[in-house]
Structure formats: structure tokens, C-alpha cells
Design a protein around this ligand. Structure first.
Ligand code: IMP
Ligand code: MG
Length: 190
């Protein structure tokens, strides 16, 4: 980092891209849209499974589920694509097996960001093989210049430029997940 002595994650941020207030307002809207969607799909009777992609979507899913009044289950997908200080995806790698028992369930994949789309494409395939009653995905952020056009993603919080971002769950080398906003780090990162 530019100042390796700083112990304050905020000090390494060059600029805030999405404020905590904007995130909160948008999560309200995403939750409302999801409620409508799930109701329209006939989801009920405990059939809803939210599958957050760990670790990045931890903060997002925590805020999202508290705005969903339906009975639902949380099943974690443990995927990592950015080992260590890498800032380009090395492709999704499973840290734990994909949750099973999704047949007949209404599954909602929850991720922090849709970048190359490899993570979402992989998980969609894994879930669809189990024949869920329905499948949708919600991501907080999308880099439209990178996300493949053929990959469905039903709900997107914010479209952002193709920059490496941290905060609100997103990390660089495991750090900065605790920032309450999404921002860009000061360079150089290494
Ligand atoms: P994809 O498979 O390329 O779509 O990448 C998705 C995963 O890469 C996300 O779940 C994030 O964990 C991570 N990722 C992608 N872009 C960023 C970024 O700008 N900052 C931090 N992590 C990112
Ligand atoms: Mg991730």
C-alpha cells in the first residue's frame, strides 16, 4: 500500500464509488423486487433457498435477508477466484462442495459482483443440474464491460466501471471487506 504503516482500512481508499447510503437504499429495492419475483414464481412453504457466494457476498446477503420476510434457508457456496493479491480472476474454484438437495426449491444465488461471469455461470450450472423449481441471481455490482451478454442475472444493484473495487464484502488480499461502502484503492496496490 502507499502507506504500509496505516492500520485504518479507510486510509487506503482513493475514492468512494457507491456510498453506504446508496447501498442501503438499493438493497431495499432489490429485496422488494425479489419478494415480488418469488411470489410470482409461487415460492412458499419453506421452499426458498438463498445461496450466497462466500466470502464476498457476506455483508450483502446479511442486509438482504433482513429485508425478506418469507421463510427461507441459507446455503453457502464457497468459491474463490482471486487467490492472494491477484486482481484478475483465475476462474472459480470450489472451497467446499456445492450445496445439494435443491430439487423443487426456489434458489436465489447472491454474489457481490458479476465480473467475468465465470462464478455465476458455474454455479448456475451446478444448481440447474439439481432441478430446482426456479433459479435467479442477484448481484450487488456488475461490470457491464466485462459481463457476458448471454449470462442471465435477474437483479443487479449497480453497474460500475471496469475497476478493481473493495468494501462491503469485497476484498483485496483478504482486506477491506469491512468498509461500509464500495470504493477504489489508492495505487500502487503491490
Ligand atoms: P467472476 O467469476 O469473474 O464474475 O468474478 C466474480 C468474483 O470475483 C466475485 O465474486 C468477487 O469475489 C471477485 N471479484 C470480481 N471483481 C472484483 C473486484 O473488483 N474487487 C474484488 N473482488 C472482485
Ligand atoms: Mg466472490
Amino acid at each position: 500500500m502507499s502507506d504500509p504503516r496505516s492500520s485504518d482500512a479507510h486510509a487506503d481508499v482513493e475514492r468512494v464509488l457507491v456510498s453506504a447510503e446508496a447501498i442501503a437504499a438499493r438493497v431495499d429495492e432489490l429485496a422488494a423486487a425479489l419478494r415480488r419475483d418469488l411470489a410470482a414464481a409461487g415460492a412458499g412453504d419453506e421452499g426458498i433457498v438463498l445461496m450466497p457466494v462466500m466470502t464476498g457476498s457476506m455483508l450483502f446477503v446479511a442486509d438482504l435477508v433482513r429485508r425478506l420476510p418469507q421463510k427461507l434457508r441459507l446455503e453457502l457456496a464457497m468459491v474463490s477466484s482471486y487467490p492472494g493479491t491477484a486482481t484478475t480472476s483465475r476462474g472459480p474454484r470450489l472451497a467446499l462442495p456445492v450445496p445439494q438437495g435443491l430439487a423443487g426449491r426456489h434458489v436465489v444465488l447472491v454474489d457481490d459482483i458479476l465480473d467475468s461471469g465465470q462464478t455465476l455461470r458455474f454455479l448456475r450450472g451446478e444448481v440447474l443440474r439439481q432441478q430446482p423449481a426456479s433459479l435467479r441471481a442477484v448481484v450487488l455490482l456488475r461490470k457491464p464491460s466485462r459481463a457476458p451478454a448471454d449470462l442471465p442475472c435477474e437483479h443487479v444493484g449497480f453497474e460500475i466501471p471496469d475497476e478493481f473495487v473493495v468494501g462491503y464484502g469485497l476484498d483485496f488480499d483478504g482486506l477491506y471487506r469491512n468498509l461500509p461502502f464500495v470504493g477504489v484503492l489508492r495505487s500502487p496496490r503491490r
